[in-house]
Design a protein around this ligand. Structure first.
Ligand code: ATP
Ligand code: MG
Length: 398
């Protein structure tokens, strides 16, 4: 989830100022504006008497009893109906707390607030409880065009559905050039273009009509795959569609095109797992460094960002090693996927997955490992341990 809200904070103490300022570096607020002023409640009332209130007001006050209620009445006069308010106050009284909540105050903190508490309170105030995603979202993006990000996304979708017997929806976000339908040998009747054009009224029954079946447990929201669909993707319309998709399956795989704009950035920051695919050469090293430098601070540590090196072994000489990627990116590639033109060509020409056309190949095994890694069900060290003794040891470099 990425919130797009204006936050105005009127503080009295350094601790609360620091807690508010820390919001700016959290991915939840990547697209929000956070403004902090001194003056607490008095400052807020004065400022808002001549300007409209932001969507979220955070106000610190030292007042007690009647004085506090007078301040809150004053605040109610200057707020719009939809404004949410979080108060940091001096009075520790459960009855006061109850009556504040009844008055529409989203949360009341006594004395001070930590950044984690503040973040949780804001998320709570702005989350539609009925729309909390029940799925794990995994986004795939290539560091450069043609590195194999899409075909890996399509195969991982298939693997997850088979390994864990859970529903998977694969969303092809590459509107003009997407290949998910080709990978699964589908001629889509409806595509994501229809879903986006109905974004304002999209719900599960409507979205069901746009999904195609890709096999047991796998559904696809295909791309039109032609040049004149007339679809303009916007961060807002995409978010509306994806919020519904995320209610409908255990896993949502996002095949993100090699583009750099607001909505691709939002997706890569917001996903539960972001898988960045590159090939082991200098161009990918530079772009990998830029990508990780963008994603790491925005995503934080609690949600994984992974680098996968694909087509390893294609260039007989001059390939960069895992060690070189690790030195420059500060992150070792999670997995190496070998170059295997025959298996990939066969899969493409048959419109089938690697597991079906070349189940025993090293690439099919590597894709299975990748699915296990991103599933969130198995730890990387367990998977490595299991496979490191056998044929697949070389997939996981030291
Ligand atoms: N490990 C591999 N060995 C051999 N061929 C591969 C491998 N991985 C991917 N390919 C092939 O590389 C080509 C490009 O793959 P794909 O379309 O998935 O790349 P992409 O990164 O999504 O490209 P785009 O920038 O167009 O979105 C395909 O023909 C695919 O079969
Ligand atoms: Mg692609």
């Amino acid at each position: 989830m990425i919130l797009r809200i204006n936050i105005g904070a009127y503080v009295l103490t350094d601790a609360v100022r620091d807690a508010v300022n820390s919001l700016s570096s959290d991915r939840l607020f990547l697209r929000s504006t956070v403004s902090v002023w001194d003056g607490g409640m008095t400052g807020a009332l004065e400022y808002l008497s001549t300007r409209s209130a932001p969507e979220l007001l955070i106000v610190e006050t030292q007042s007690h009893g009647e004085a506090l209620f007078e301040e809150l009445n004053g605040l109610a006069d200057v707020c719009q109906p939809g404004t949410r308010v979080i108060i940091i106050g001096a009075e520790n009284d459960i009855n006061l707390f109850k009556s504040l909540i009844e008055q529409g105050i989203s949360q009341y903190f006594v004395d001070t607030v930590s950044s984690a508490e503040l973040k949780a309170a804001i998320a709570d105030a702005f989350t539609d409880k009925s729309a909390v995603a029940k799925s794990r979202t995994i986004a795939f993006a290539g560091l450069r065009g043609g590195v194999g990000s899409s075909v890996l996304a399509h195969n991982v979708a298939f693997e997850l559905a088979n390994l864990y017997d859970e529903d998977v929806i694969l969303v092809d976000l590459d509107i003009p050039f997407g290949t998910a339908a080709l990978s699964y040998n589908i001629q889509p009747q409806q595509t994501i273009a229809e879903a986006l054009s109905q974004a304002g009224s999209i719900d599960e029954p409507l979205l069901m009509r746009y999904l195609e079946t890709g096999g047991k447990n796998v559904s696809l929201l295909c791309a039109p795959g032609h040049l004149n669909s007339g679809v303009e993707v916007s961060a807002n319309s995409l978010e509306l569609v994806l919020n519904v998709v995320k209610q409908m399956a255990s896993y949502v795989i996002l095949d993100v095109p090699h583009m750099w704009n607001a909505w691709t950035q939002d997706i890569l920051v917001d996903a539960d797992e972001t898988v960045v695919v590159g090939v082991p050469d200098l161009y990918n090293l530079r772009d990998g460094k830029n990508m990780i430098e963008f994603l790491s601070p925005n995503r934080g540590v609690e949600v994984p960002t992974r680098l996968i090196l694909n087509k390893v072994g294609e260039a007989k000489k001059g390939e960069l090693s895992d060690k070189e990627f690790k030195e420059v990116l500060g992150m070792a590639p999670t997995l190496n996927i070998p170059f295997d033109a025959d298996s990939f060509a066969l899969a493409m020409n048959n419109g089938e997955m690697l597991r079906k056309v070349a189940g025993k190949s090293k690439v099919a095994q590597a894709v299975e490992s990748l699915a296990q890694v991103v599933s969130g069900k198995e730890s990387l060290s367990r998977i490595k341990e299991r496979k490191s003794s056998g044929l697949l040891g070389s997939l996981f470099r030291k």
